[in-house]
Design a protein around this ligand. Structure first.
Ligand code: IPM
Ligand code: MN
Length: 364
């Protein structure tokens, strides 16, 4: 049997609960495809700070670089909100993304037909939505220098820098163009080129390589308009490519199309490295209660199977199991609307059904 090693970083809040489900489901699906997954777990984020005084240790970063495949839960919580920037749980995540060089963050937004009623938006608007957001993840205002806080005539001020270079833009744009080739062959690049220098560089850099993808239709949209369009008519989008901050915001907005932020997986890719994490946060308010929706973490594990293990069958098996859970009417609290035929489920109920579906289809 083939063996693969991955690192898990369950992190804070609901992170450990949802990561456990994702790991169990992934192991089961991979076993069926002749691959044994073994897991090395490290503390990450707030829990790591409690143990080591830093949100991530060098050892953990090294371990992630070595295995190249990382499944992450979530980080952060009110307990660590007042720490200095470098000690905050979020700093660990940013450092890990940068160290792994995972510059392309893929956030697929698919509306499961059975959840079309769980969204706060009208069914006819969201039904059939299938968007791939490609968010640049290791540049932009998240990492730009200088970055500091100072004071001017007794008035404190802070500076962040939004910087994009041509090469940074073009490498992520290529990921978007390539992805579009396997889909509806349309890329919408989102920027703020009417105001920002870095956005004008963004647009120019994409236009420079667009000719290499004559089969893909390229359009440009300003980010404010895009925030409106994604709610008004999400079906107009196929692949969207955008910078770090805009992608962060637009993907939260887009998550509501699917009914819950608890449904959104992500894959961050760069070279041979893959970092997989649900888009949602650590949800400290519901942590430890066993009620968290594990489906975004599970769907992230499916992406791990697809992009890092190249086990398309296992990926599809997991994605079908997610579908079946929903079709069976199981809904964690974030999705529950008292619709007939649905039952309020906790994390464990969902986990058990996922595993049952995967293990029952061994011969299929
Ligand atoms: C995300 C999160 C992170 C981000 C935070 C936790 C640093 O919101 O992955 O979308 O802003 O990138
Ligand atoms: Mn975010």
């Amino acid at each position: 049997m083939k063996k693969v090693n991955i690192v898990t970083l369950p992190g804070d809040g609901i992170g450990p609960e949802v990561t456990k489900v994702a790991v169990d489901v992934m192991k089961a699906a991979c076993l069926q495809n002749g691959v044994e997954v073994s897991v090395t777990e490290h503390p990450f984020g707030g829990v790591c700070y409690e143990q080591h005084g830093v949100p991530v240790t060098d050892e953990t970063i090294e371990s992630c670089k070595e295995t190249k495949i990382v499944l992450l839960g979530a980080v952060g919580g009110p307990k660590w909100d007042n720490l200095s920037a470098d000690k905050r749980p979020e700093a660990a995540l940013l450092k890990l993304r940068k160290e792994l060089g995972v510059f392309a963050n893929l956030r697929p937004i698919n509306v499961y037909p059975v959840l079309a009623d769980a969204s706060t938006l009208k069914k006819e608007v969201i039904e059939g939505t299938d968007i791939l957001i490609v968010r640049e993840l290791t540049g932009g205002v998240y990492f730009g220098r200088p970055r500091f806080t100072s004071e001017e005539n007794g008035d404190p001020f802070s500076v962040d820098t939004m910087k994009y270079s041509r090469s940074e833009v073009q490498r992520v744009a290529r990921v978007a163009f390539e992805a579009a080739r396997l889909r509806d062959k349309r890329v919408c690049s989102v920027d703020k080129a009417n105001v920002l220098e870095s956005s004008r560089m963004w647009r120019k850099s994409i236009l420079e390589i667009a000719g290499e993808y004559p089969d893909v239709e390229l359009s440009h949209m300003l980010v404010d308009n895009c925030a409106m369009q994604i709610i008004r008519d999400p079906k107009q989008f196929d692949v969207m490519v955008t910078g770090n901050l805009f992608g962060d915001i637009l993907s939260d907005a887009a998550s509501m199309l699917t009914g819950s932020l608890g449904m959104l997986p992500s894959a961050s890719l760069g070279g041979e490295n893959g970092l997989y994490e649900p888009v949602h946060g650590s949800a400290p308010d519901i942590a430890g209660q066993g009620v968290a929706n594990p489906l975004a973490a599970v769907a992230s594990a499916a992406l791990l199977c697809r992009y890092s293990l190249h086990l398309e069958e296992a990926a599809q098996k997991i994605e079908e199991a997610i579908q079946s859970v929903l079709t069976n009417g199981l809904r964690t609290a974030d999705l529950f609307t008292e619709e007939p035929g649905t039952t309020l489920a906790n994390t464990k109920d969902v986990a058990q059904l996922l595993l049952k579906i995967i293990n029952d289809t061994v011969e299929a």
